[in-house]
Design a protein around this ligand. Structure first.
Ligand SMILES: O=C(O)COP(=O)(O)O
Ligand SMILES: [Mg+2]
Length: 216
């Protein structure tokens, strides 16, 4: 059976409303305008430090505020779980994939504290036999090292990565593994311009796509 590794934000969960709420509390304190949900989605993907840098750039806050705002963002991040939801059909798809004997892992650029907090809050932690976070290794996605480590944690078998973003597509390409692209996440680039093996807009289709990858 296969080793299937998932991205988190924008793939399994829609966490943008919680991340937007933290950002807007910080921006209000700085006297800067709020960011929209669309802007928030656009800033997610390369981890917390890059999110804060993009948020600052969008509101003209200086580089000298980065360390302070990043620290405040991370401090708030672990308790920011209440507005986050699992995308429709995710749990049923994971049930099917696990019942077929596939092993599941997670590879996210979100730091470990908030990753475990939101997984616990949503009852998802036990689904994953291995979890690689943005601060688990010196390298972050799109460096393929965390994805390789996630697959290594799942033993042997064909490898498949499932994600939503430009970062995930590049990571999969650099790791040379099949990539299933969820199109309803935080991607900004047209699907046909991103590396992918199959694209899907509904988790009900995921088990079939995994089966298609495995017969190739
Ligand atoms: O925290 C981020 O910026 C991205 O998280 P993800 O890798 O789960 O999409
Ligand atoms: Mg993502």
């Amino acid at each position: 059976m296969a080793r299937i590794v998932f991205d988190l934000d924008g793939t399994l969960i829609d966490s943008a409303p919680d991340i937007q709420a933290i950002a807007n509390r910080l921006l209000a304190r700085e006297g800067a305008a709020q960011i929209t949900l669309r802007e928030t989605r656009g800033f997610i993907g390369n981890g917390a430090a890059v999110f804060v840098a993009r948020m600052r750039a969008a509101r003209g806050l200086p580089d000298s505020a980065q360390a302070r705002l990043h620290a405040d963002f991370v401090a708030a991040y672990e308790s920011a779980v209440t507005l986050t939801v699992i995308y429709p059909g995710v749990c049923a798809a994971l049930d099917v994939l696990q019942s077929q004997g596939n092993s599941l892992g997670l590879c996210t650029n979100k730091p470990e504290g908030p990753t475990l907090a939101v997984l616990n809050h949503l009852g998802l932690t036990d689904r994953f036999a291995t979890i690689l976070c943005g601060d688990s290794l010196p390298q972050n996605k799109p460096d393929p090292a965390p994805l390789h480590a996630a697959f290594a944690g799942l033993g042997k078998g064909p490898a498949i990565y499932v994600g939503d973003s430009e970062v995930d597509a590049e990571t999969a390409q650099r790791a040379d593994v099949p990539f299933l692209l969820f199109t309803q996440g935080y991607r900004k680039t047209p699907v046909d311009q991103l590396y992918h093996t199959h694209a899907f807009d509904d988790f009900a289709h995921l088990p079939d796509l995994v089966a298609q990858v495995l017969v190739r």
